[in-house]
Write a protein that binds this ligand. Structure first.
Ligand code: NAP
Length: 251
């Protein structure tokens, strides 16, 4: 039996779930790659490496040197640089590749979403009058809020925003999903939030705030996804397992 060596670019719950599904199967030798943004990453069922590769060329060299048969880009839909590097790295190599990317959420009856292209536009969309905002976009781009210091911001992230936000009205919460609707409702009502800024991450782990916003009739400023992945893409773990089977049945 040929062992299939897989490099999986992760940092998402889908990557961990796929790693779990592949771990323990002697057919696969999986290495999960994390960027190193989270101080204490969750425990993983497969070996992990941490840190960038040095661009598309660095990733191509890593794939070649490690004799990987398959690259799976299971990074977050908003991690556009690594996804573009992944597509470029496999362009001229023999490594097969696909993306695992959650489908975007779609607005439902009762949702009040305003679509914006990026975080600076989301902050500008709050307008000049003071608002009470739940900034639920992670810590990396939270500093954009400093452009509009008249608002109160409730900022939730896995690790502290560093350097701390230079804002007069801010509360930070350290927490990691999955989140539940009841707790999100409590958070939004106790902080008297009147607007939410979110990324259209898809999946269930962070959807509770969207459902809570609907129930409370709160507006959501929704940062749109940039572009589709350049790799062929599946949207869940069972499709990923089927894609692996399909790619390697004839070996
Ligand atoms: P990014 O802007 O697309 O990537 C920036 C650089 O970080 C890449 O060029 C690469 O460095 C390195 N990198 C990113 N993901 C990597 C991985 N899985 N393994 C090794 N190196 C990686 O990414 P980002 O938006 O900063 O996201 C970083 C990580 O956090 C990703 O793994 C992503 O899945 C996760 N995440 C992101 C978000 C978000 O909203 N952006 C949300 C949740 C989780 P080199 O060029 O040196 O290789």
């Amino acid at each position: 039996m040929d062992i299939i060596r897989i490099l999986m670019l992760g940092g998402t719950s889908e990557a961990s779930a796929l790693a779990e599904a592949l771990a323990g199967n002697p057919r696969f030798d999986v290495l999960l790659s994390l960027a190193g943004r989270t101080v204490k990453p969750s425990a993983q069922p497969v070996p992990v490496r941490i840190g960038g590769f040095g661009g598309a060329q660095g990733l191509a060299t890593f794939l070649q040197d490690g004799c990987f048969d398959l690259l799976i880009d299971a990074t977050h839909p908003y991690a556009v640089n690594i996804s573009s590097n992944a597509a470029e790295a496999v362009l001229h190599s023999k490594t097969r590749a696909f993306g695992l990317r959650r489908e975007a959420w779609k607005p439902e009856a009762g949702d009040n979403w305003q679509a914006v292209p990026d975080v600076p536009h989301a902050i500008a969309a709050l307008g000049p009058a003071s608002r009470r905002v739940f900034l639920a976009i992670g810590r990396q781009e939270a500093h954009n809020a400093e452009a509009a210091p008249q608002h109160f911001y409730l900022v939730r992230s896995v690790d502290p925003v560093d350097p701390p936000l230079a804002l007069p009205f801010v509360e930070t919460i350290l927490d990691r999903g999955p989140f539940e609707v009841e707790r999100e409702l409590e958070l939004l009502t106790t902080r008297r939030i009147d607007a939410i800024i979110a990324k259209n991450s898809g999946g269930s782990a962070t959807y509770a705030k969207i459902e809570a916003a609907r129930r409370l009739a709160l507006p959501v400023v929704m940062i749109e996804r940039a572009s589709a992945s350049a790799l062929p893409t599946v949207s869940n773990v069972s499709e990923a397992l089927a894609a692996i089977d399909h790619l390697f049945t004839l070996r």
